[in-house]
Ligand binder design. Structure first.
Ligand SMILES: [Zn+2]
Length: 481
């Protein structure tokens, strides 16, 4: 492609959470990888003349095709990709011991790691992920291969050398000093690549495997090199218990421990956060720390559901992550669907709690029988727990629809990484990080004549897959297919 080119077709825009509009037959002009103009209903010849474009440098999308923003995956464990789709049978801490640590440890073999990482990079690109925040392993050389794999695929990537100086598997742990020195060497190496699309992220795995000294040292490195930070926070009951046992002085709260170390800040992205209190969420908002909402893996490990609207209402930035391989799918479309379902499950949970409270109150008001027990009728009603219609609607405020999930998977993720004005949506001035989505003759779903453009795109979000993504660009450059 020349430095200036165009693309004409249906353009999907997302002005804010929950809002999605489609500009039919619009023309996007890309100059030096950035969106120079989006013209809807304007004369193409005039625009081409003004931007020095020849007619053959304009890609014409077919009816039933769309241009939308590429997806931002805020949480991927690259070394776990080899077992994605399996290992869905254990709680978190036991899962780490049984699956994650042994597989990650094997990435001391740099060549084998490189082969896996190239497959992952290709898979992410095929599924429409254009930006990814990725955990590697403890091994610096393998992490360098991960960075090169993402780079050669053309992706925008933030890569972390995982740090652990306690409570990991034998042979898969470093001293505090080595973890810090290796992290700094990795940050230096990434900087030496001189590729703004490939950046490092300082990566303490999570509180149970990192001493306060290591956390503080990593915070200093993140500050010195001005990098993103990624970790896990208050993910599950067993993880919370582990932190409590290690840090009674901080009530075992990850937020306090990270905060004391200096790790809560702008461009710090903490995965999960299902067990965060409202005051902890406020502290995250205050410091600019974001949450990587990983709805699929939360169903397996989370013990609680993340209330995204509550967190955002308190000012916390939220994006979506696949959490490969705690989440079994590398597809951000699946993350969006799980996000919608999580919000609906949360509503059901709140309805159940409300119904139970009402039934309990009703049961308490019933007379005791001669043996001092409540009547059987009360117990039966307690099981049904019907919440009256007038009260049900207030629980709708938990809901996120497909448009909101799409925003979280694009602009929400970009904002979490400090890239809110760089990518995450198709707007003038931003990099052209985009997908060409084809809903015609889809193997995954059918579009009928009565379907609107919005219906066809919604079907892609709810039913589509990698077969619907014909092309993807990062900063105007076509990703390798
Ligand atoms: Zn994770």
């Amino acid at each position: 492609m020349p430095d200036s080119w165009g693309c004409r077709g249906n353009i999907v825009q997302t002005p804010e959470l929950g809002s999605l509009v489609i500009l039919p037959d619009a023309l996007v002009v890309v100059e030096e990888g950035r969106i120079a103009l989006i013209g809807a209903g304007q004369d193409e010849a005039q625009i081409c003349a003004a931007h020095g474009l020849s007619a053959d440098s304009v890609v014409k999308l077919e009816d039933g095709e769309f241009l939308c923003s590429g997806f931002v995956d805020l949480h991927v464990h690259a070394p776990q990709y080899s077992y994605a789709g399996t290992a869905t049978d254990r709680p978190l801490m036991s899962w780490l011991e049984a699956y994650a640590f042994p597989r990650e440890k094997a990435h001391a073999d740099t060549e084998a790691a490189s082969r896996e990482y190239r497959k992952l990079a290709a898979r992410l690109a095929a599924h429409g992920t254009t930006t990814a925040l990725v955990f590697g392993t403890m091994h610096r050389q393998a992490c360098q291969q991960l960075a090169l794999a993402l780079q050669s695929q053309g992706l925008r990537g933030f890569i972390g050398k995982v740090c652990m100086d306690r409570n990991s598997a034998e042979g898969y742990q470093e001293s505090t000093e080595v973890a810090l020195a290796e992290t700094e060497a990795f940050l230096d190496w990434i900087r030496g690549l001189g590729d703004e699309r490939i950046q490092a992220a300082v990566t303490p795995r999570f509180v149970p495997t990192c001493t306060p000294q290591l956390l503080a040292g990593l915070a200093q490195l993140a500050h010195k090199y001005d990098t993103a930070i990624q970790s896990h926070i208050s993910e599950s009951f067993d993880e919370v218990e582990f932190s409590q046992a290690l840090h009674p002085e901080a009530d075992g709260r990850d937020t306090r421990i990270f905060d004391a170390a200096g790790l809560l800040r702008h461009r710090a992205v903490m995965a999960h956060g299902t067990c965060l209190t409202s005051s902890e969420l406020r502290r995250m908002a205050q410091t600019g720390t974001a949450i990587a909402h990983c709805p699929l893996s939360n169903f397996f490990f989370g013990d609680r559901l993340l209330h995204v609207r509550h967190a955002r209402g308190l000012g916390v930035k939220v994006g979506l992550g696949t959490d490969v391989a705690g989440g079994y799918s590398p597809s951000m479309l699946n993350a969006m669907r799980s996000c919608v379902i999580t919000s609906r499950a949360l509503r059901m949970q709140q309805l159940a709690i409300c119904g139970k409270q009402q039934s309990s109150a009703a049961a308490r008001s019933r007379p005791m029988d001669l043996k001092g027990a409540r009547s059987q009728e009360a117990a039966t009603q307690e099981e049904i727990c019907v919440v009256p219609a007038a009260q049900r609607t207030k629980f709708d405020e938990t809901l996120l629809d497909w448009k909101a999930a799409f925003w979280l998977a694009t602009q929400g993720g970009a904002e979490a990484l400090g890239l809110g004005s760089t990518c995450g949506s198709l707007e003038v001035g931003k990099a052209f990080d985009a997908l060409r989505v084809d809903t015609r003759n889809s193997a995954a779903f059918d579009v009928f004549p009565a379907d609107s453009l919005m219906d066809a795109f919604q079907k892609f979000v709810n039913l589509g897959d990698d077969r619907n993504i014909r092309a993807a660009w990062v900063a105007g450059r076509l990703l390798r297919s």
